[in-house]
Ligand binder design. Structure first.
Ligand SMILES: [Zn+2]
Length: 159
């Protein structure tokens, strides 16, 4: 990681956009024939992790009388469902902090030299026909960091 604050912010923003996009593409998980909101399941599991157990019938259960928790399957099952729902998270994601975009494929190192057109001698690329792309805007993000962005560090670790 760069120590530039501007890049750090762009990195964070891009990763957040990726997470939002992932959640929009994976809105629900199925459990016992019911579609559960993945985001709610993540929120509830996180709550359960910190303040649970939830729905174990004990006195003062946070879920008691709260219909939001009706379909919560319990922590272990929730973790399994979240694991399944996030199996499409790539092992590596490449994010461009200049354009604030991302891709799963490794970025190109070079592009066609734009200065060569109609020239016998090109000083831009020393007649190579290609120029190196600036690499400083690309960051490779590994799956554990992507999972932490989606689920929060604690829940990602608990899966
Ligand atoms: Zn050239």
């Amino acid at each position: 990681m760069s120590n530039s604050g501007k890049t750090d912010k762009a990195y964070e923003r891009t990763l957040k956009s990726w997470a939002k996009d992932f959640m929009e593409k994976h809105p629900t998980v199925q459990h016992n024939g019911i579609d559960l909101s993945l985001q709610r399941l993540i929120n509830q599991s996180t709550f359960d992790l910190f303040y649970g157990p939830v729905k174990d019938g004990s006195f003062g259960d946070p879920a008691e009388g709260d219909s939001d928790w009706d379909n919560y399957p319990g922590f272990q099952t929730a973790c399994k469902l979240i694991s399944d729902a996030t199996k499409d998270v790539p092992s590596n994601l490449y994010i461009d902090t200049d354009a604030e975009t991302w891709q799963e494929e490794e970025p190109e190192y070079t592009e066609k030299c734009p200065m060569c057109l109609g020239l016998d001698e090109c000083s831009s690329c020393n007649n190579a026909g290609v120029i190196d792309l600036p690499w400083d805007a690309w960051w490779q993000v590994h799956k554990p960091d992507l999972m932490a962005m989606l689920l929060g560090k604690e829940l990602a670790r608990a899966l």
